[in-house]
Ligand binder design. Structure first.
Ligand SMILES: [Zn+2]
Ligand SMILES: [Zn+2]
Ligand SMILES: [Zn+2]
Length: 101
């Protein structure tokens, strides 16, 4: 294990998923997704880079919210877009709502 280099954990907050049933943009447009990612800054749910529209990455480019968590049941990993750093398990700092997708 390497030490955590990411300095963005102060930008994440305990947050409820805004669209617990799927990708926010895909739900609006009728799009399809493969996997879901949860923005830990605002609760945005977006689709992964294997999905046609890549809304989770688009959300980062639009908002610069740095860190996402997997929104797939049983997955406990996170990713910082800024540092390109992967965390598993994700140190969630009281974000226990993540355990109930
Ligand atoms: Zn970071
Ligand atoms: Zn999407
Ligand atoms: Zn966000």
């Amino acid at each position: 294990m390497t030490m955590n280099q990411c300095k963005h954990f102060d930008q994440i907050h305990p947050t409820e998923p805004r669209t617990p049933t799927g990708c926010e943009e895909c739900l609006k447009t009728g799009g399809q997704w493969v996997h879901l990612r949860l923005c830990l800054s605002c609760g945005h749910v977006g689709c992964c880079d294997n999905s046609p529209s890549k809304h989770a990455t688009a959300h980062f480019h639009g908002t610069h919210h740095p860190i996402i968590h997997s929104f797939e049941p049983g997955e406990d990993w996170g990713w910082c877009y800024v540092d390109q750093q992967f965390f598993e398990p994700m140190p969630t700092f009281g974000l226990e709502t993540l355990a109930h997708p």
